[in-house]
Write a protein that binds this ligand. Structure first.
Ligand code: GLV
Ligand code: MG
Length: 331
């Protein structure tokens, strides 16, 4: 957020909690049954939807169901988010006011879809700040998740990521995105027929990833709509995971395990990362000889190796992994 926006009432900078978001489960707010079922699923994040999964006539009821579910609790260990409607509709302010006033302390993030400009993030930040102040909630605690779903949003993604300290994630919304750029495909997640020279989503994914990394946010991949095709889900998820994405949406309980697995490091990579960190800490210390580059097995490690290892170790730790090997310095 710009300093003038802070001066005019947005959230002041505060450290955001590190949260694992390998699997981001979409739950329509219109379904109390699904809101309840989500409690027992091993998803890192649950987001309760008032946007495209809920018909216009059902939106008022969905807000109420969501407030009731959040206040009843039972989502322990999960990030609790609510997706409101975007700022071009007539519903956004009422979604935010009703949900945050009704369940603010039991809510972690508001997800804003179809974000096109940084101003739209600033507007949400200002509204959240007022609600928090007037209800005596901790100011700035509720985060923002920004969905990039059209060309304008992608062009402005850098400013969107930097628009408020509340922003925690930048999310790719492939279905709306494909429609917005006239991509000739109806199968979300798969390549458009006729494009056979690469990955049609590569530029979009990389653009989002760069903005997220430049501003220290998580990058989240969007839905895969063929919910029964778990192998297809795994294949598509593996691509964004390989680039560096932190997680992906899940639309069905059957996709949760696949997401948790694909966006966690493999056990052997996690073990190796922890080993590199320990070995590097030892060898760079006075006790270990204050060396900058050393051999670990067949591999030379240096400061850049430490940084790479830190990424894998951090993902593994956030996912609750335990190491199965230990570093022992030579005598
Ligand atoms: C998700 O909101 C999408 O449009 O893909
Ligand atoms: Mg969408």
């Amino acid at each position: 957020m710009t300093s003038s926006a802070v001066a005019s009432g947005g959230a002041m900078s505060m450290p955001r909690p590190a949260r694992s978001r390998r699997s981001n489960l979409a739950v329509p707010g219109s379904s109390p049954k699904m809101l309840d079922k989500a409690r027992g699923l091993p998803a890192d994040q649950v987001f309760m939807d008032i946007e495209d999964a809920v018909a216009p006539l059902a939106k008022p009821e969905a807000r109420k169901n969501i407030v009731a579910a959040l206040n009843e609790g039972g989502y322990d260990g999960k990030v609790r988010a609510v997706r409101v409607n975007d700022w071009t509709t007539q519903w956004t302010y009422a979604d935010v006011v009703e949900v945050v006033e009704g369940a603010g302390p039991n809510l972690d993030c508001i997800m804003l879809p179809k974000v096109q400009t940084a101003d739209q993030i600033v507007a949400l930040d200002l509204l959240l700040t007022q609600i928090e102040k007037s209800n005596g909630f901790e100011v700035g605690r509720i985060g923002i998740e920004a969905q990039i779903e059209n060309a304008m949003g992608l062009i402005n993604v850098d400013a969107i990521a930097a628009a408020s300290p509340r922003v925690e994630t930048i999310i790719f919304g492939p279905a709306d995105f494909m429609a917005s750029i006239n991509m000739k495909s109806l199968v979300v997640g798969e390549q458009p027929p006729g494009y056979d020279v690469g990955d049609a989503y590569h530029y979009i994914l990389m653009r989002i990833l760069m903005a997220a990394r430049a501003h220290d946010k998580l990058a989240i991949d969007g839905p895969y709509l063929a919910i029964k095709d778990v192998d297809g889900y795994r294949r598509v998820a593996s691509r964004s995971a390989a680039l560096g994405f932190d997680g992906k949406w899940v639309l069905h309980p059957g996709q949760v395990e696949a997401a948790n697995e694909v966006y966690s490091p493999r056990q052997e990579d996690y073990d190796q990362a922890e080993l590199i960190l320990d070995a590097y800490a030892h060898y760079t210390s006075a006790e270990g000889g204050a060396k900058g580059a050393v051999m670990l097995g067949d591999e030379m490690i240096d400061e850049a190796s430490r940084k790479m290892a830190l990424v894998v170790a951090a993902k593994g730790r956030a996912a609750g992994m335990s190491r199965t090997t230990a570093f022992s310095p030579p005598d």
